[in-house]
Design a binder for this molecule. Structure first.
Ligand code: F6P
Length: 369
């Protein structure tokens, strides 16, 4: 491609998160400035690529959006081209392979490259699109921070900030009423948000999927605190937290998604069990999408901008099939296929866990404490 003729597509896939607009802005501005590129925004993630819904973005379209939450392009987590929901003849939903339509639209719009901003689902699809012949670059996003090969994804810092503020606020009301305050945070199968917000907010108990909990240590922790005069406790629960006898708590299933399972509800369960076992009044807060909405933190804006400019550099180098990543404070690139090998979970001996344990936080797995 020549400098003047580069047509660069951008899409945001999967759940939204703060910092998406900062990446879109960074890619568009840096590619316009350094490559003279025409920027094509794909609407609603891979759904828009399947359906050919795209539009040219001007400098004005990407101006003044670094601080805006959400994504100006729209996104979807139901647009996997290889698992595409279509209305069947009987009016029901049929899952079909619509992948050939993505390549057709990529060509029809004359794209030289496509930058896909998303989490593991988006990177899986991106990898397959690359195998079909598209020039794909990835940018890692997700509040969950569960993408391999990058120390952090943008969006995570904002989610942790929101969750920490919630823990702080629950402290004051919980201590006033001598209650156990349970807060359920997002994160899917990973406990990064719960571990970080729990540590930063000084939670007494943190429950994460990577460390299966038992009821006894949870109840003991609450009771011990109350006998020591601390008549309130804060429990920070990841939505994927589980104890062996219950397993994952699933809120609903949506067959239109590649991973149909939607987690949620473990917080209510934990709250109910604590009240029954200890007779201490319990209140449950489910933070939900508050963690994904609103303005990104300065850290996320900066990380998003660095990732976006790196993605443009990768396009200029023709380094397709690569994903921008953060490793030991450096912006690098990695193979998309390495990033999707498995999910990045919290190692049970991670320093964040060790630090929390050192200051007396329970993970619901202790013996005799
Ligand atoms: O992956 C981001 C995430 O917010 C998860 O933490 C959560 O389980 C899921 O998305 C919620 O998805 P939805 O927005 O479809 O309810």
């Amino acid at each position: 491609m020549t400098r003047q003729s580069c047509r660069l597509g951008i899409l945001t896939g999967g759940g939204d998160c703060p910092g998406l607009n900062a990446v879109i802005r960074a890619i568009a501005k840096s590619a316009m400035n350094s490559l003279g590129a025409t920027i094509i925004g794909v609407e609603d993630g891979f759904e828009g690529l399947v359906e050919g819904r795209m539009k040219e973005l001007s400098n004005a379209d990407v101006s003044g959006i670094i601080n805006q939450g959400g994504t100006i392009l729209g996104t979807s987590n139901k647009g996997d081209p290889w698992h595409y929901p279509m209305e069947g003849p009987d009016g029901g939903i049929e899952i079909v392979d619509a992948s050939f339509r993505t390549l057709k639209n990529y060509k029809r719009w004359g794209l030289d490259a496509l930058i896909a901003i998303g989490g593991d689902g988006t990177m899986h699809i991106s990898h397959r699109c690359g195998e079909m012949g598209m020039n794909i670059i990835g940018v890692p996003k997700t509040i969950d921070n569960d993408l391999l090969c990058t120390d952090l994804t943008f969006g995570h810092d904002t989610a942790v900030y929101v969750a920490t503020e919630a823990v702080d606020r629950l402290h004051t009301t919980g201590s006033s009423h001598h209650r156990v305050m349970v807060v359920e945070v997002m994160g899917r199968y990973a406990g990064w948000i719960a571990a970080s917000a729990g540590l930063a907010g000084g939670a007494d108990i943190i429950l994460i999927p990577e460390i299966p909990f038992r009821w006894e240590p949870v109840f003991n922790c609450v009771i011990k605190r109350s006998t020591r005069g601390k008549r309130f406790s804060i429990v920070c629960v990841a939505e994927g937290a589980q104890c062996p006898e219950v397993g994952e708590v699933v809120k609903s299933y949506d067959v239109k998604r590649t991973d149909a399972k939607q987690l949620g509800g473990v917080g209510e369960y934990v709250g109910k069990m604590i009240t029954e076992a200890t007779d201490i009044e319990t209140r449950v807060t489910i933070l939900g999408h508050l963690q994904r909405g609103g303005s990104p933190t300065p850290f996320d804006r900066i990380l998003a901008t660095k990732f976006g400019t790196k993605a443009t550099e990768l396009v200029a180098e023709g380094a397709f099939g690569r994903m921008a990543a953060l490793q030991s404070n450096e912006i690098v690139s990695v193979d998309i296929k390495d990033a999707i090998e498995r999910q990045k979970l919290v190692p049970p001996d991670h320093e964040i866990i060790r630090a929390a344990r050192a200051v007396g936080t329970s993970f619901g797995d202790e013996d005799g404490r």
